[in-house]
Design a protein around this ligand. Structure first.
Ligand code: BGC
Length: 383
């Protein structure tokens, strides 16, 4: 810098001094820009871990972001969190941007399980470890680890809740089925778990399926193939969208006869869709009572549970998931191997998994599980 400046000074004379000063300033500016770029490149290369979450339009993933930020206060590693807004193209762009910043570990919750394989492969090719977070990336061996809740157990907890709330000995209780997005492998795991518990009670006539001819076709089969599940999910999917869920529930209620109403049982795949579906059922004057499931313990659903508008939620303590993901990332950066407790088949690889347990929350235990544990604060709710 001094050399350029000195060179500039040397050539100065009285006539062209202002012209030369201008040139000199330009050089200085260029040099300054160069240093800024250099510094930002150095800073960027210091990025250790990239986290890509599917969308911030759902409270569930905002919860994860908050818990990541809390947990990251105690780590020496640098982490950047990006959202994909439900778009595989944005997801890919996020992953590419993080790779360019030199991440060593990618923690990614895919929007679309199959489409995300390409992003995982790009990361792998760049020497980055790939951790699938909550949702499994399918059809690729580029996934190193899977950090997840026991999603089949989530479905079982929902099924169990509905079965436990049927009056013993009664038959033909109306059952409405709803599912998550077909593009999310978890939708299959949740449905598989719920079906395992519900199916014997459908087969023996305790429940009568109201809104799925595809489920009706296989009602005597305990273990469904992926194709059979895909047909049912395709028919009753909410696409993880509150609006789709509400419209579907309203359409089902329009088609349903009076005998399909009264006291009803509803398998709703998560809290956001449960609130939408519950709102539709509450608005129908022929529905006298309903039992509805959910998952995620979103604050709005906790309030619904307190108010008696949603029956249960499956609590997935995001703090545990975040902790497992960060621990695994740290171990990988340090050249060590995380301990795994299960494997999940993604069609190409049996992916080693670190699995967290879940808990059923109802009006009776909501305080104990969500407030006493410090997960939420009592003043966040109207009691
Ligand atoms: C997650 C749920 C979430 C749903 C919709 C699933 O993969 O496991 O917790 O509610 O996606 O975002």
């Amino acid at each position: 810098m001094c050399y350029i400046f000195a060179k500039g000074v040397k050539t100065l004379n009285s006539e062209n001094s202002s012209k030369e000063e201008g040139k000199c300033m330009k050089k200085l500016l260029l040099l300054g820009t160069f240093f800024v770029l250099l510094i930002s490149a150095v800073v960027n290369f210091a990025l250790d871990v990239g986290v890509v979450l599917p969308t911030n339009a759902e409270p569930r993933w905002v919860q994860d972001e908050t818990r990541f930020r809390d947990a990251l206060k105690n780590t020496k590693y640098s982490v950047e969190i990006l959202f994909s807004q439900g778009l595989p193209a944005k997801e890919r762009e996020n992953v590419e941007a993080l790779i360019a910043k030199g991440i060593k570990v990618l923690i990614i919750c895919p929007h679309d399980a199959v489409a995300a394989a390409a992003a995982a492969e790009a990361a792998k090719k760049a020497g980055v470890y790939v951790i699938s977070y909550d949702r499994l990336i399918m059809g690729t061996d580029a996934v190193d680890y899977y950090v997840t809740f026991d999603s089949v157990e989530v479905g079982r907890a929902m099924g169990r809740y509905l079965v436990q709330n049927v009056k013993a000995g009664t038959k033909n209780n109306p059952l409405y089925l709803y599912a998550g997005a077909l593009s999310d492998n978890n939708s299959f795991l949740f449905f598989q778990g719920a079906w395992e518990i519900l199916q014997p009670k459908i087969a023996d006539g305790t429940f009568r399926i109201i809104n799925s001819s595809e489920a009706e076709k296989v009602k005597n089969k305990k273990d469904l193939t992926r194709d059979e599940m895909a047909k049912i999910i395709g028919q009753v999917t909410t696409n993880w969208d509150f609006n789709v869920a509400k419209r579907k529930a309203e359409d089902d209620l329009t088609r349903a006869k009076a005998a399909d109403k009264g006291t009803v049982y509803i398998l709703a795949p998560n809290d956001g869709t449960a609130r939408a579906i519950a709102d539709a059922f509450r608005a129908d004057k022929d529905v006298k009572a309903y039992y509805i499931t959910g998952q995620d313990a979103e604050k709005a659903s906790v309030q619904y549970i307190i108010d008696g508008k949603q029956s249960m939620t499956v609590f997935k303590d995001v703090r545990l998931l975040v902790k497992d993901a960060i621990n695994a990332a740290q171990l990988l950066i340090e050249g060590k191997k995380p301990t795994t407790t299960a494997t999940y088949d993604n069609g190409k690889k049996k992916v080693p998994a670190i699995q967290s347990q879940i808990q059923t929350v109802t009006k009776d235990n909501v305080k104990k599980i969500l407030i006493d544990s410090g997960y939420y604060s009592e003043k966040d709710f109207k009691w």
